[in-house]
Design a protein around this ligand. Structure first.
Ligand code: HEC
Ligand code: HEC
Ligand code: HEC
Ligand code: HEC
Ligand code: HEC
Length: 385
């Protein structure tokens, strides 16, 4: 406890003295929520009463949510494995950046449990210099400024090429017992934003996909739409151009385009709603395909890993006793896997409509259409962008 508050004072002093250095001395865990922000710190020779800038914003943010699952998942094991540490801890991120003196771009060591994403994770010389992002596909984008920090973590862990590797040389419609669901991993916002420049959605061969979402500047950047330290959407900014936005719950009403993406003849509904309608149709197609082609009914449960389960009583609902890991869906065909992958990519990103609506619509359309080779699907009047 006192160690932590000492560290926080050190940190504040270091910010105030004009910069934060990375290194073991500042490799800290966050103060517990009950630790009040130090309102008075007195580094030698400096101001006597100061507040840590942005502490209040940060401590209320998801990055400081000390009790949240993403920061406690490994407590029993006692360490966060190298494959997870980069995005789920401060020491792991410093390791990834090379701010701990190790090689940049890789995590060399498991990280201790008990940290969140603290000030030093984002503020150190290596983090500051980071302006490029390498996505799970291996594709890289340059010159992203401060957003590169966000995207180093918010990018998912799978890609088109990983899915293709898993299904190589398999018959598209034959159940393959060795196949398992491939999970892109939560909201891969950065990958959504960059579309085919990141290739994290499953892109069907022969189709053309959009690259970065070309939104009016500067609102095509993480830190323009999201407040940097709270991560909240700056909905007042949006309202300046999108009059339908009156509070944060009305963001999903935003619409500019006159294209009827879901083919329901309604061009006043929000782009988020158009995406939702296509998602519903994709899930219906997945369900029909699983039943008739894979021969085993499927259900989806957004909050239970690994999300797709056997619908044992075929009632179309993920019942409590069904949405459990041992009952995970196990009759995957390549065609089903690709569609389910995209369904998850778009469903898990609640901001997909703002991150890259066209990419989301293209992936949904192509997934529905691909299942349509085997089952009747509802794409009546929808037109691919
Ligand atoms: C490239 C970064 C990255 C890697 C690597 C990564 N994660 Fe995550 N993970 C995230 C982000 C970001 C979130 C939160 C995203 C959100 O809420 O939108 C998250 C969320 C989670 C959650 C969510 C828990 C909940 O219910 O909210 C779990 C569990 C999790 N990750 C486990 C893992 C495991 C296990 C590994 C290693 C095998 C891993 N992660 C690797 C970035 C990553
Ligand atoms: C998730 C990453 C992240 C975390 C965590 C974070 N920051 Fe920041 N912060 C940024 C980014 C990005 C900027 C804008 C670019 C820059 O100045 O590096 C920024 C800017 C700042 C600035 C300069 C603001 C200005 O107006 O010039 C200060 C000071 C600052 N942060 C302090 C902190 C402190 C203190 C904490 C912890 C209480 C913290 N930050 C946590 C990402 C983060
Ligand atoms: C070191 C990894 C890391 C970095 C860097 C990072 N994040 Fe996160 N972020 C996470 C994790 C892990 C979570 C999940 C935390 C939780 O559930 O409380 C998260 C949560 C979020 C959430 C809330 C997601 C939800 O499901 O509600 C938003 C929004 C977000 N981050 C935006 C940003 C932005 C913007 C930046 C850049 C300024 C950024 N993040 C930088 C790891 C990171
Ligand atoms: C055009 C504005 C815009 C841009 C640019 C943007 N976001 Fe978002 N983001 C949103 C909106 C709107 C939401 C949905 C918020 C809601 O539903 O409350 C969102 C949601 C999120 C979420 C939470 C998703 C979830 O399922 O809970 C994360 C994480 C996130 N954004 C990260 C990022 C990152 C990282 C970047 C940069 C690569 C970024 N965003 C760029 C507007 C934007
Ligand atoms: C300066 C004006 C301006 C601001 C501010 C602005 N936008 Fe936009 N937005 C536009 C324009 C113009 C378009 C149409 C695409 C284009 O030309 O950039 C658009 C398109 C969109 C779309 C896609 C709509 C569709 O029908 O495809 C979404 C979603 C969106 N903006 C979300 C946001 C969010 C969220 C914010 C606030 C964080 C925001 N915008 C702030 C001008 C703005």
């Amino acid at each position: 406890m006192s160690f932590q508050s000492t560290i926080l004072k050190l940190l504040a002093a270091s910010i105030l003295c004009g910069g934060i250095t990375a290194g073991a001395a500042l490799l800290v865990s966050a103060p517990h929520a009950q630790d009040a922000a130090p309102s008075a710190v007195s580094p030698p020779g400096m101001l006597s009463t100061v507040e840590v800038p942005f502490y209040a914003e940060w401590i209320g943010s998801p990055h400081a949510r000390r009790a949240a699952e993403p920061f406690n998942h490994w407590n029993k094991e006692g360490a966060i494995p190298v494959g997870c540490a980069r995005c789920h801890s401060t020491p792991g991120f410093l390791d990834y950046l090379g701010a701990d003196g190790t090689v940049p771009g890789v995590v060399d060591h498991p990280a201790p449990v008990g940290t969140v994403i603290t000030c030093v994770a984002c503020h150190n010389t290596k983090a500051r210099a980071l302006t490029s992002v390498t996505f799970p596909s291996g594709l890289t984008v340059q010159n992203q400024g401060a957003d590169a920090r966000c995207m180093a973590c918010h990018q998912g862990v799978e890609s088109t090429s990983n899915v293709n590797k898993a299904i190589a040389n398999l018959d598209d419609d034959k159940v393959e017992p060795k196949l398992q669901f491939i999970n892109v991993h939560y909201a891969a916002a950065g990958a959504m934003l960059f579309g085919t420049m990141a290739r994290v959605g499953y892109e069907y061969p022969g189709k053309i996909y959009i690259g970065r979402f070309q939104h009016r500047e500067p609102y095509n950047r993480c830190t323009a739409c999201h407040e940097t330290h709270t991560t909240a959407i700056k909905f007042n900014d949006c309202a300046a151009c999108h009059r339908e936005v009156v509070d944060k719950t009305s963001l999903h009403k935003i619409r500019v385009s006159r294209d009827d993406r879901d083919g329901n003849n309604d061009i006043s509904e929000g782009v988020a709603q158009e995406i939702d309608h296509l998602r519903e149709r994709l899930l219906a197609a997945i369900t029909a395909y699983a039943k008739t082609v894979a021969g085993k009914p499927i259900v989806y449960e957004i909050d239970a890993y690994p999300y797709f389960f056997v619908d044992t009583n075929a009632n179309g609902v993920a019942d409590k006793d069904e949405a459990r890991f041992p009952n995970r869906y196990n009759a995957w065909t390549p065609r089903l896997l690709k569609a389910a992958y995209n369904y998850q990519f778009i469903t898990k990103d609640r901001g997909a409509f703002a991150h890259n609506p066209t990419y989301a619509v293209e992936l949904l359309y192509d997934s529905i259409n691909d299942l349509g080779a085997k089952v009747s699907v509802d794409l009546v009047k929808a037109k691919r962008p």
